[in-house]
Write a protein that binds this ligand. Sequence first.
Ligand SMILES: [Zn+2]
Length: 280
Amino acid sequence: MPELPEIEAWVRALDGPVSASSVLRAGPAHVATLKTFDPPLAALEGRRLAGARRRGKHLLFPTDDGELVLRIHLMSAGRLRLLKAGAKGPKTPAFRLRFEDGGELVLTEAGAKKRAGVWLQAPAATETELAHLGPEALEVDAARLREILLNDNRRLHSLLRDQRALAGIGRAHANEILWRAGLSPFALSTQLEDADVGRLAAAIHEDLERALELRERGKGDKDVYLVHRRLGKPCPHGHEASSGGPIHQVDYEEHTVFYCPACQTGGRILKDRRLSRLLR
Ligand SMILES: [Zn+2]
């Protein structure tokens, strides 16, 4: 699933193009993709977007008259494409927005399951629906992070991914951030020392800012992720293999977590904690 850096890179790339001319045609949208019906998508036609914004992993496109907000959530498989006038796009995208200047914003989703979403609402309704989101991950300092960690006794990997606690981080960047901070994915949020919290806050900023910079240059997962999905690869910190070996993985809840034993668990190998196993 695209996380904060990838979404923010899209927001920066789209801000100019989507506000350059008015919307000529909004839709069609796949029936499972469009989550709202009143107002209809056609209400966007003839209006101009004020640009692109972001809240957590949601892309927001407010109209410049302040009356409507188009919201897009990519979920796991949704992908955006910005097409120049005359460029050939997919035949049946999940959603299409055509502009007066001939440009198009196209949402596609691979696979049979349609999970990506498009909403068209008044700003107040959008705000209400996003009110559950925690503070933006890039706006949180160590003091605020400490409050968030103490508010809920949870395993760090689970807490970092929780959009209600902190908005923008998913399982890939939770792996990256915890590795960077040298903290176990299974460490409990209320049991961190002040120094741990400081390192975690710094790791959140370092990791997300590095990833955003790479995404803005068009780099993909292979360059952005240093431990996520790198089972068996050497840890980028370059320590001796004898001190814990390469990147490991462990099943936790419905996720696979990647970590470096040497950097994060004092060399200890974590045991699977799959929900199905716990329920047996
Ligand atoms: Zn390591």
